[in-house]
Write a protein that binds this ligand. Sequence first.
Ligand code: CP3
Length: 341
Amino acid sequence: MELKNDLLLRAARGEKTERTPVWMMRQAGRILAEYRAVRAQAGSFIKLATTPEMAAEVTLQPVDLLGVDAAIIFSDILVIPEAMGLPYEMVEKSGPIFPATVHTIQDLDKLHIAEPETDLKYVLDAIKLTKTGLAGRVPLIGFAGAPFTIFCYMTEGKGSKTFSVAKKHLYADPEFSHLLLQKITDSTIAYLKAQVVAGANLVQIFDSWAGILSPEQYNTFSLPYIKQICDAIDEVPVTVFAKGAFFARKAISELSCSVVGLDWNMDIAESRELIPTKTLQGNLDPCVLYASYDQIRKEVKNMVQQFGTQRYIANLGHGVYPDTDPDKVRCFIESVKEFSS
Ligand code: CP3
């Protein structure tokens, strides 16, 4: 179907746009009362994420209620370990945990490469239903975690400030680490390709824990696997968002992706210099949305001026925080539209 608003895709491809497209990481499911109502009806996050009708409904909410220029499919990066044979649980008000974790080549041998058509059919069905619900209003973003970030959860078993259990494996058992990373990568490529067939118009790779690695470790354990994914996906634009990996911007600029996501620690002018040929996405500190309306408008104006209106997708520098006032979010979105027109 022809898209009525294709600003995101034109910006991603480096084509001219009459204004800057805007969406927010974690826009589906963190801030809206309408989300919490569906979430309560589902009873649990996993029930919601695995019921395509409900997942599609909450994917559409930010488009209807906030005026963003893209939808992102409601799911989680942790569906990949689950599809490989390592299930997760979502603990209320705390986060994900894995009852079993992976530490040896024997553990790894028990896992399989995900088969999206069976193991992740519920996500593909949610994408198809979302596309019907969108009726071409805006593009749909698919996503997956970067292999290194998924590796962190599969070995550590839960969130962590340091992920020292995960990093221990990189130093103590690089052979195991590379085998697990490759299995995650093969699963992720199959999964992203299936998302595209189901209707995703662009896919984003979230390397949320990139920032805990040294540059050498990043080049050894994260970048080569992201490269495999970028090289394998040539059907739609790919966005690489490596949170905290300011040191890797030059290397990321050499990947075959279309868009590079920035967090708020990364200087905009310096990033333009380091990544001259790609579209940039980001990078407002999500905490700016706790400020006054005037302050938000000022910060957005400043951000748009620094990025320029072209080859640019406006976003936060990481996911929106759960206690953000939806009216402040609307102010952010409206301000981008106003200052970039
Ligand atoms: O962007 C979107 O709105 C689409 C949905 C989405 C979710 N998770 C839904 C979710 C996306 C893109 C993700 C990605 C994700 N999940 C990341 C990468 C992005 C990032 O923030 O760095 C990571 C690291 C995860 C793992 C994860 N899932 C954590 C650490 C948690 C707990 C804390 C939190 O974020 O709320 C989750 C749970 C989760 N994923 C929720 C939602 C809506 C909350 C669960 C609930 O409703 O109870």
